[in-house]
Write a protein of this length. Structure first.
Length: 252
């Protein structure tokens, strides 16, 4: 899956490393050093994906994401950030970034994240709920698959689908989703969800849970900003619901 990718990174060594790994994957890469040039390049090239550093001169990564989404540009954005900018990271995801990686990061993991974002973007929107996930000789038995409406979580094969469309999840995201899918309607506190993440995330905090939830909503909700499936219970935590059975539930 070859793509046109814009890398916005003002650290020359970091940018060169990212460029080499992405080009090795067969992608065409354009490197820019500041936010203003990143915006101009995206407008001109209309790339398939943007790798965007948060801290840049001219206009930072948060400004770039805000402007791109205000212009209704749906290009996937993978943000690069230092762990000390966690608040900026959360804001970036809320503004419309699709994924993030903290520095220092593994270039091989970066290329894997890029592949996932490109696959997700090229699949298009989720099909209508009437679509049913086909079963086959390799599918797990129905009594071992966790089902919440059209959401299916297969713990044995580490697979997730919504209305038959496969959903790519990180190990941490899958762990949280499987825990909640096993008890739909139950409210999970952040502390309980943090327990699920031990051994999956290197850096764990209450905000880590929130970031996973935001990313999951981008993957399993029709309108992530108005979730109907993965619901916030204010002051407590989160719960997973079947929207078809809870059409009157107020979204968070």
């Amino acid at each position: 899956m070859c793509a046109n990718i814009v890398v916005a990174e003002d650290d020359a060594k970091q940018a060169e490393l990212v460029r080499r790994y992405l080009e090795h994957e067969g992608h065409a890469v354009t490197v820019v050093e500041d936010g203003r040039t990143a915006l101009e390049t995206v407008r001109h090239q209309e790339p398939d994906l943007v790798v965007l550093d948060v801290m840049m001169p001219g206009a930072d990564g948060l400004d770039v994401v805000r402007i791109l989404r205000a212009e209704r540009r749906e290009v996937p954005v993978l943000m690069l950030t230092a762990r000390s900018t966690e608040d900026d990271l959360l804001l970036g995801l809320d503004l419309g970034a699709d994924d993030y990686m903290t520095k220092p990061f593994s270039p091989r993991e970066l290329t894997a994240r890029v592949r996932t974002l490109l696959r997700r973007n090229r699949r298009g929107p989720d099909p209508a709920p009437a679509t049913v996930l086909a079963s086959g000789p390799e599918a797990a038995p129905d009594d071992e698959v966790l089902t919440v409406g059209v959401l299916r979580v297969d713990p044995l094969r580490h697979e997730v689908s919504v209305a038959g469309a496969p959903v790519e999840c990180t190990p941490g995201e899958f762990r949280l989703l499987a825990a909640m899918a096993a008890e739909p309607g139950r409210v999970f506190t952040r502390a309980r969800l943090l327990d699920e993440l031990h051994g999956f995330d290197k850096y764990i905090s209450g905000r880590t849970v929130d970031m996973h939830v935001m990313n999951l909503r981008k993957k399993i909700e029709r309108v992530p900003r108005r979730p109907a499936r993965l619901i916030t219970v204010f002051g407590v935590g989160y719960k997973l619901m079947d929207p078809a059975k809870n059409v009157r539930h107020a979204s968070s």
